[in-house]
Design a protein around this ligand. Sequence first.
Ligand SMILES: NC(=O)C1=CN([C@@H]2O[C@H](COP(=O)(O)OP(=O)(O)OC[C@H]3O[C@@H](n4cnc5c(N)ncnc54)[C@H](O)[C@@H]3O)[C@@H](O)[C@H]2O)C=CC1
Ligand SMILES: CC(=O)C(=O)O
Ligand SMILES: [Mg+2]
Length: 576
Amino acid sequence: MFDPPSFSSSPLSAFAIPPFPVLLSSFFFIVMTIILTPYWSKGVQRLKPASPPPEKLRHGLVPSAFNEGVHAERALAQLRGKDQPLEKYIFLSRLKSDDPDLFYKLCLENMAEITPIIYTPTVGDACIKFSHIYRRPEGLWVSIKDKGNIKNVLNNWPRIDEARISVVTDGSRILGLGDLGVNGMGISIGKLSLYVAGAGILPQSTIPICLDLGTNNQAFLEDPFYLGLRQKRVSEQEMDEFMDEFMHEMTQAFPKMMIQFEDFSTDKAFRYLERYRRQYPVFNDDIQGTGAVVLSGLMNAAKLSSAASGMPLNAHRILFFGAGSAGVGVATQLQSFFTLQGLSVEEARRRIWLIDSQGLVYESRGRLAEHKKYFARNDYSGPPMTDILDIIDYVKPTALLGLSTISGAFTPEVLQLMAAINPRPIIFPLSNPVRLSECSFNDAVVNTNGTVLFASGSPFPEQEFVGRVLYPGQGNNMYIFPGLGLGAILSRATQVTDSMVEASSLGLANSLTEEEHAAGLLYPRVERIREISAHIAVQVIRAAQKANVTHSPELAKMDDSQLHALVKRKMWNPSF
Ligand SMILES: NC(=O)C1=CN([C@@H]2O[C@H](COP(=O)(O)OP(=O)(O)OC[C@H]3O[C@@H](n4cnc5c(N)ncnc54)[C@H](O)[C@@H]3O)[C@@H](O)[C@H]2O)C=CC1
Ligand SMILES: CC(=O)C(=O)O
Ligand SMILES: [Mg+2]
């Protein structure tokens, strides 16, 4: 019998000289490796999915008549073929993870159609059902159980060096829907999709973050599908300790990160904005972003209203229905509407009235929450005034702004009374989502005989009235945060100052085209969001430079047109 040669019989066999055939084949292998390596490595590189692979390599992997342009139309037809908004949301969410370029191409080309699906109002339903429609991980989850170990959780993020912007929620007040616990992740995801679509932020530099600090939503605690901790919300002290660690570790793990706080319940919204805003680049979208977007729309509306009434701009009277983080945030920002007209800050404060769940907010009413004190009236001391009609009669507002979450609170009588005292009443029902809006556009048009200057938080369709088409404005912070965030990132701002927020608002207000002004719009058309965000980003960068909070000396040397060109160049575009 032939015995195969043994190379392993002695401990030194690994060093023994192999027989000739083996030597020959090894030599052949080495030569071929040297010759072919450049081709193989090129081939491997060419197979990388970073840029679309050449058509040749796709041969056989796609059907013969496949064409990207037609495929985009196909995807849009698939989207439109779905009946329910939530099905559309799920379809788009899947598309975003399968093919981000196609997803963002569709967003950019169909902003007015897609924004209400990935954002308000549908994102509200998606958040309510988030634990039921959940498919795959997206974003970063940090829970109270991670306290003391947050650093390691953050370091698990796969693209740590690229991270530039995060939207952080604790889910305690999602839109006007209350405490949705970790289901709030949907709002962080939705806002960041708008950062990408609206301002060209690189998709891979965004991190949606949801903090799991328990929930007081009993139905969720009992729901077997609920994705969060089964415990009530932690105490204020425990949350403070958690937040201090979280914010510190965020800046350690992601030193170039801008942080947007989103949909924290009112007490926490004010608390954590105040606690961190001078230490980290952070802003609160509900307080500051909403303030900026409403200031902008109000500036445009007040001009039209004053043109009809002859009333000077500084004589407007603003009544807020709702005095939470959004109401008080907007009221604070609106003071600059009056100071820009020459009033002192104190005079500006006196142009503003608040209503909360107990009626008109005034000093002698009794104990007031801290955030309401600044705007509490000292010129009324009678019995509590609780009826909105009585309050309108007393204040005689030119503008009525709703941030209350009370659906239908602006009844036909309220709207008619506003129209009776103003040739062009300003009515902004800003609560989200649509079903919580204080009134619909149709109600506002009909009950003011078409004179209303209208903006809502969620979108309403345009209306025909007496042979004219009337357009509703969308007074939503989505017009502000993409440009504000982009400006802050590009200037490497160390803080988001009040002046940067105000600059974003003025930038938005003066971004309307002549055609938009002629159509009576209060906000630019959403299809122009990229252009608007670029314009806002330039104003924000300039404000950051003036406030001396930037780390980008090269931008300071540019004139405005160079800076604008740079901002546009920096915007990511889907390649499809
Ligand atoms: N359009 C936009 O861009 C934005 C809209 N919002 C919306 O604003 C709404 C309020 O948000 P937050 O201020 O954070 O909520 P919040 O719950 O802190 O404030 C609600 C306010 O409405 C008052 N209110 C409740 N019931 C009332 C009643 N029956 N009569 C009079 N006042 C009543 C409350 O006292 C409270 O002052 C939400 O629907 C949210 O979606 C928030 C941020 C941005
Ligand atoms: C739009 C938004 O931020 C909100 O409704 O909370
Ligand atoms: Mg919000």
